[in-house]
Write a protein that binds this ligand. Structure first.
Ligand code: NI
Length: 178
């Protein structure tokens, strides 16, 4: 088990546009994905993008059955998504609070497309095509933004809904947001 250091906001490596993955099923790729899951689970995260551990590739992971950082969120299937393309299925957006392992201790309300299709491949090069909504759609948009060098505070419209988790959500376990 290898828990990698998660880069924090302000690190310029979080602001890069990630490169496409061109090789699948290599030992290096398998090790990277294993490290990403170890790192995400260690931090109780709902998702993690490779650039967050300093690897500039179009690779994100996400998924959980239940998550202490988002106690009201429905389960999202454990997913490895490589070279993703997102297509909104309507213009409708909704706002909800998000956090990020690269922005510890804070939450902000972010508008996201309510419904979208995402496409890409998994770690074996198998095609993934899903149409999702709600929290699942939100997680995917948040993670894929990391591949574009975008952190969620850059998407906030109403900054009156941006603040410290402990202040705005005092019932959340602070261990879930360090
Ligand atoms: Ni994030």
């Amino acid at each position: 088990m290898t828990v990698r250091e998660i880069l924090k906001m302000g690190d310029p490596r979080l602001l890069r546009v990630a490169e496409p993955v061109r090789e699948f099923g290599t030992p290096a790729m398998d090790a990277l994905i294993a490290d990403m899951f170890d790192t995400m689970h260690d931090a109780n995260g709902a998702g993690l993008a490779a650039p967050q551990i300093g690897v500039n590739l179009q690779l994100v992971i996400f998924g959980f059955k239940d998550n202490g950082r988002y106690p009201d969120a429905p389960a999202v299937p454990q997913t490895v998504l490589i070279n993703p393309v997102l297509t909104p299925l309507s213009d409708e957006k909704e706002e909800a609070f998000e956090g990020c392992l690269s922005v510890p201790g804070l939450r902000g309300s972010v508008p996201r497309f309510t419904r979208l299709r995402y496409e890409g491949v998994d770690q074996h090069g198998q095609r993934i095509v899903r149409e999702v909504d709600g929290f699942h759609a939100r997680v995917v948009q948040h993670e894929v933004d990391h591949l574009l060098g975008i952190l969620y505070p850059m998407r906030i419209v109403d900054f009156s809904k941006f603040g410290y988790t402990q202040v705005m959500f005092p019932d959340l376990d602070p261990d879930d947001d360090d």
